[in-house]
Design a binder for this molecule. Structure first.
Ligand SMILES: Nc1ncnc2c1ncn2[C@@H]1O[C@H](COP(=O)(O)OP(=O)(O)OP(=O)(O)O)[C@@H](O)[C@H]1O
Ligand SMILES: [Mg+2]
Length: 377
């Protein structure tokens, strides 16, 4: 979920400086949902039909009974946000027990948000899940609980901050070393190319919404990124206007979405038949271009081991709105990592800027990374 924060804590950006009441996103436009319902599944494109269907249906239930784990009389918290808590649990499938992460609302208003997130996760699973996108294991509509694969590991933010603190190598390379940075960047970029190809906008791409999962390889272990938290996302469906943005994670947010937040909270429709708000409201919703911006900010932060505007204090919002993070970093302590001829700079050039239409596409970022990885091996 998007939040108003200047910088995020190492634990969780969502809880860094939460507003007094959760602002989140405004419920989706039910007028357009009605239109979609009336149109039924008319599209010839099977994925588009699957998105329409996912939008209108309650997400599937878990395949078995689940319980929340209890240790020393308390739930086992994996994380918490403004709308939700994530706890560890156990899902019984046939005779097997699977460790799961359970995301559930901590406010009544969170129900709709989690149900919509479950629809997106369910659709992603049906369209072809990937190891680098968190696995969906069902939605308990009674408690609005999303069951997911439990990813044991830290967020990418925590991981990179630790790597910065432990850094031994050259100061001109990313804090993880160039090889690992390229690997993480390629894995993540492939995930976002995939999400775009199946019509999913994430909406809140930050290093706090990426978990680093330890996987076994032939030569030992490797940390690989997994994308989580689709609570600000939406499915691309013709005629459907998803929720507008009313809050942002400043440190990773594209300038156009930031503007949307700064211009104040959106006014929701006055009645179920009131179409005027949705049609006249000029505020943008997250797009593939804003996802690319968030992804590039995530990769830049991962390279330098801090959030980009962390030292900018109360001016962070102003710099964030200018949308030129590479210039900002070049004037700071991490300047060697983002020199104009560095791989980090050459990779991320064109991903930023105030004008969304002038940014490169995520596919081009993927191809660039492929080229750098090939020439490094
Ligand atoms: N599948 C998972 N496995 C392990 N830990 C998880 C998983 N999903 C979430 N978490 C933990 O819970 C934290 C919060 O989850 P998430 O990012 O989905 O929601 P949020 O941003 O806190 O909540 P909201 O969207 O309601 O504001 C994550 O940063 C992570 O530490
Ligand atoms: Mg989150």
């Amino acid at each position: 979920m998007l939040w108003v924060t200047t910088t995020s804590s190492t634990q969780s950006s969502a809880s860094a400086t939460p507003p007094e009441t959760p602002v989140g996103t405004i419920a989706s436009d039910w007028n357009s949902l009605n239109e979609i319902f009336n149109a039924k599944y008319t599209s010839g494109d099977p994925l588009a039909s699957a998105r329409q269907k996912a939008l209108l249906e309650i997400p599937p239930r878990p395949f078995g009974a689940y319980t929340e784990d209890v240790q020393c009389g308390s739930k086992v918290y994996l994380g918490s946000g403004a709308w939700s808590d994530v706890v560890r649990g156990t899902l019984a499938v046939d005779n097997e027990k699977v460790v799961v992460a359970i995301k559930m609302p901590c406010y009544p208003d969170g129900y709709e948000i989690l149900r919509d997130e479950a629809k997106i996760l369910s659709y992603i699973t049906s369209a072809g899940s990937r190891e680098s996108i968190v696995g969906f294991l069902g939605f308990d509509s009674l408690n609005a609980a999303i069951l997911m694969e439990c990813v044991a590991g830290t967020t990418l933010g925590q991981y990179c901050r630790r790597r910065k603190a432990e850094r031994r190598g050259t100061r001109s390379e990313p804090v993880t070393g160039l090889t690992e940075w390229l690997y993480v960047a390629k894995q993540l970029t492939d995930s976002f190319v995939h999400l775009k190809s199946i019509g999913v906008v994430h909406g809140d791409v930050t290093w706090n919404n990426i978990l680093m999962k330890e996987i076994r390889t032939e030569s030992g272990f490797r940390n690989t990124p997994v994308v989580i938290d689709f609570s600000s996302g939406h499915l691309e469906v013709q005629g459907y206007r998803p929720a507008a943005v009313s809050a942002t994670t400043t440190a990773f947010c594209s300038p156009e979405l930031l503007e949307a937040h700064i211009r104040g909270p959106i006014t929701p429709p006055q009645s179920p038949t009131d179409k005027s708000r949705a049609q006249n409201d000029p505020r943008p919703i997250p797009t593939y271009a804003s996802d690319l911006y968030g992804l590039a900010m995530t990769l830049l932060s991962a390279a330098i081991g801090t959030e980009v505007y962390e030292n900018a204090g109360r001016y962070a919002g102003i710099y964030a709105r200018q949308g030129q993070p590479l210039d900002w970093v070049r004037n700071g302590d991490a300047c060697l990592i983002v020199g104009v001829r560095s791989v980090v700079s050459k990779t991320l050039n064109g991903c930023f800027g105030r004008v969304a239409e002038k940014r490169i596409e995520v596919e081009e970022l993927r191809d660039r990374l492929g080229g750098f990885i090939e020439s490094a091996t």
